[in-house]
Design a protein around this ligand. Structure first.
Ligand code: NCD
Ligand code: ZN
Length: 344
């Protein structure tokens, strides 16, 4: 069986920088026409000028004859001035601003400590229609790690939306039925991305026979009832839910460690993993809208016009990819079987 669909876009990816781009850029550009590129580098991408330089480094790693557009984002800090938002809106290549609560995840120490400090900047975003992309987890160590998303919605996101009506928000990589329900109940200015790994796995995957570092990401995988709710949302046909892989590479030794990094690498077979998830609920006919239409519509960008074809055939994922010159990168499903294969 083969399925041909409009070429998809990835509305949330970590490409990293330097030599990492030699691995990540070809993988993402092979599947996707465009990708929203996360700004959590060290130091973070906090200005339009830094985003322009980062974009040039990405473009330099594009394989010959590959058409791919890196949609850049800025990393919001307590000190991001409203003028930077104006520059972003005028740039034509910065498409969103990312909120990392300080300390929530990988490279988030420069993140926002108190959103009230960003009020004028958020007003400028609402006025200019620049979306705020939200890592939706509280950082309060008292809050159970499995509850951090739902507590964030209640304590931070709901009040934020009340303070800034009209602000366009994407709640990124949602993991709970609470997030699904919240986003579904909001107006059209609020949407969400969903990863392939949160559609395919529940939290048992992290502990199957021992600690499985490569299934550890943030927000952490949740229980089965939440996975089911995500699958229903992704395949519902609602334009509020769209594809964002959150593919987040880390060198093998930094994941397989006493204190391992959070992040799953899925970009090498992203569409195949999503196809498997949609097939599991006999919703392959809904994959194209989720992967190729809803995100473009939300970002007010044209839908892609070329196509990709995936085929139902088993193939074995590589054990690892070369990474950062001397490191290796273990993809999600390493050495295991994938059920769909993208042609070309
Ligand atoms: C991301 C990373 O490694 O940059 N990690 C992850 O587990 N998703 C950061 C993030 O998106 O939280
Ligand atoms: Zn991410």
């Amino acid at each position: 069986m083969q399925i041909t669909l409009t070429r998809p876009d990835d509305w949330h990816v970590h490409l990293r920088d330097g030599q990492a781009l030699a691995t990540t850029v070809p993988h993402t550009a092979r599947q996707f026409a465009r990708a929203i590129v996360m700004p959590n580098l060290r130091p973070p991408v906090t200005t339009v000028a830094l985003a322009a330089e980062y974009r040039a480094r990405i473009v330099a790693h594009l394989p010959r004859d590959t058409r791919f557009e890196a949609l850049m984002t800025l990393y919001l800090t307590d000190g991001t001035p409203p003028e930077e938002i104006r520059r972003a809106a005028d740039s034509g290549f910065v498409h969103a601003v990312k909120l990392y609560p300080a300390g929530a995840t990988t490279h988030s120490d420069a993140g926002v400590t108190d959103l009230q400090r960003c009020a004028a900047t958020l007003d400028a975003m609402a006025e200019l229609g620049v979306p705020l992309l939200v890592h939706g987890e509280v950082t309060d160590p008292e809050v159970d790690v499995f509850d951090r998303e739902s507590v964030f919605i209640e304590r931070i996101l709901q009040p934020l939306l009340s303070r800034h009506p009209g602000l366009r928000v994407v709640l990124e990589h949602i993991t709970t039925s609470d997030a699904v329900d919240f986003v579904a109940a909001c107006g059209p200015e609020v949407a969400a991305t969903i990863t392939a790994h949160h559609l395919l796995y529940n939290r048992n995957a992290i502990f199957a026979g021992g600690v499985r570092a490569h299934y550890y990401c943030l927000p952490v995988l949740k229980r089965e009832s939440h996975r089911r709710a995500l699958l229903r949302a992704a395949s519902s046909g609602s334009p509020k839910f769209f594809l964002g892989t959150d593919s987040a590479p880390h060198a093998r030794k930094t994941k397989e460690a006493a204190c391992g990094c959070a992040g799953c690498y899925t970009a090498y077979a992203a569409l195949e993993l999503y196809a498997e998830a949609f097939a599991s609920v006999t919703a392959l006919d809904r994959l194209e809208a989720f992967a190729s239409f809803h995100g473009a519509d939300f970002y007010r960008l044209p839908r892609n016009t070329d196509q990709v074809t995936i085929e139902r055939s088993d193939w074995q994922a590589p054990e690892s990819y070369d990474y950062l010159a001397t490191e290796s990168l273990v993809p999600l499903r390493a050495g295991e079987w994938l059920r769909w294969k993208m042609l070309g």
